[in-house]
Ligand binder design. Structure first.
Ligand SMILES: Cc1ncc(COP(=O)(O)O)c(C=O)c1O
Length: 440
């Protein structure tokens, strides 16, 4: 073989999939060549409607031309500009821009690489700024796979159960999951969940409130099953945390950057957290994450007590600036709201026709169906097998959707925010066929 042939990837057969370790549990076995907007195109030219958005990342769609151009231009100038060593223009612009994205504050951003890393940063800052040790998180919550973030996570056993011992001083309390409330399912608008009493018990049984640095919450639960809280929940949680001098950390890794029909989900309830965690949609797929924190808290974080080699990578920052331009210029937050309403109405219509749909819910373009075994038990017994079959039937019809929930009985749908009304209608009709084919 000629040396030039050996170096040309196109002339070589692809290695077998088994080179990738099995720890990456698989959702599809597609060999993808490229992406365009809401679509992924395989090496053999098949088109798939990607309503996973790479787990909530490609909010601007795959390979948005403005983002791709910004990345290419920056990559040709500087690939790595380490944050302790120098300042770079994309970073300065992004730091400045991020602090204007939420009312209140004043805010200051910190930039890192992954969602879990940013959650770790939020916990370190909360402890450093308050001098308190404990963190309260919510049952069904997901915050990542590093040791600290596993300790915060309870969405599903697989995320943590094999990895004890985990960092301590983390306490979990009840989230208002209205569909699975002990007294029976009810509408979030008339919530009777006892989350506030459970939090009070946590303070009386486990940890004094004045020893708690922060409460961390996903404004809409992601991996736990796309659970939208009742309207009074976050405002009341904010009141309680303020009363005890506890910081409120909003983990907006999945809900952020327009996903729920607001730039950040906390805006739906006019709640001002002390720290917001950002990742996923921030840079359209390049690795970037960060926190937005009250500037007075950030000022208490001593130089050198946190950082990292790659945080705030210059190419990722260029991608993030272009992403924010696209979100603004193309009205993606409004589109998420409108397409979300269209999707939820369609899912509710499916729920009325298929007895296995226990609940249809969502906010913006974060929507889900929860599947149960009708007529069994109290009517809410989870049906993960059916859920898996529906996901497979959808994939066979070229629609990629994900699952979620503690019992993996939720189909979760995360379209890119550029998706069109026609694409949503197509996805709904594929889901209809898939539910019928799977015996829902
Ligand atoms: C709410 C939330 N927090 C944190 C994370 C962890 O982000 P990453 O996978 O980038 O570490 C995720 C990832 O799904 C998430 O949904």
């Amino acid at each position: 073989m000629l040396e030039t042939e050996r170096r040309d990837p196109a002339s070589q057969a692809l290695p077998d999939h088994s080179v990738v370790p099995a720890v990456w549990s698989r959702i599809t076995n597609l060999d993808v060549d490229r992406g365009e907007g809401s679509w992924l195109i395989t090496r053999d030219g098949q088109r798939y409607l990607d309503y996973s958005s790479g787990i909530g990342v490609t909010n601007t769609g795959h390979a948005h031309p403005r983002v791709a151009a910004a990345v290419a231009a920056q990559a040709a100038r500087l690939l790595h500009g380490q944050q302790n060593i120098l300042y770079h223009e994309p970073g300065l612009r992004l730091y400045d821009r991020l602090r204007t994205l939420l009312p209140g504050g004043p805010w200051q951003a910190f930039l890192s690489n992954s969602g879990a890393e940013a959650v770790e940063a939020s916990v370190k800052l909360a402890r450093a700024a308050t001098g308190r040790p404990a963190i309260i998180a919510f049952r069904y919550g997901y915050h990542g796979r590093t040791a600290q973030t596993m300790a915060l996570t309870t969405a599903k056993d697989v995320y943590r159960a094999a990895f004890e011992p985990l960092p301590g001083s983390v306490y979990h309390t009840a989230y208002p999951y209205c569909y699975r409330a002990p007294g029976g399912p009810h509408s979030p608008d008339a919530c009777t969940c006892d989350w506030e009493a459970q939090l009070d018990l946590t303070f009386h049984q486990f940890i004094y409130p004045d020893r708690v640095a922060a409460v961390i919450i996903e404004p809409v639960l992601g991996e736990g099953g796309y659970i939208v809280p009742p309207p009074g929940f976050l405002p009341r949680l904010r009141e309680i945390t303020r009363q005890h001098g506890i910081l409120l950390i909003a983990d907006e890794v999945q809900t952020g950057f327009g996903r729920t029909g607001e730039l950040f989900a906390v805006k739906h309830w006019n709640v001002e957290p002390d720290i917001v965690v950002m990742a996923k949609g921030i840079a359209s797929g390049l690795p970037l994450s960060g926190i937005l924190a009250r500037a007075d808290l950030m000022a208490q974080w001593k130089p050198g007590t946190h950082g990292g080699t790659y945080g705030g990578n210059v190419v990722s920052c260029a991608a993030a600036n272009a992403t924010l331009d696209v979100i603004e210029d193309e009205g993606l937050v409004a589109n998420a709201r409108e397409r979300g309403l269209q999707f939820l109405a369609g899912l509710r219509a499916l729920a009325a026709r298929y007895p296995s749909v226990g609940d249809a819910r969502g906010l913006g373009l974060m929507v889900a169906l929860e599947f149960v075994r009708p007529g069994v038990g109290d009517g809410r017994v989870p049906d993960p097998d059916l859920t898996k079959r529906i996901q497979a039937e959808a994939l066979a019809r070229h629609l990629i959707v994900l699952t979620a929930g503690t019992y993996v009985n939720v189909i979760r749908i995360i379209p890119p925010l550029v998706t069109t009304a026609d694409e949503v209608a197509l996805a709904l009709s594929i889901l209809d066929e898939s539910l019928a084919a799977a015996g829902a």
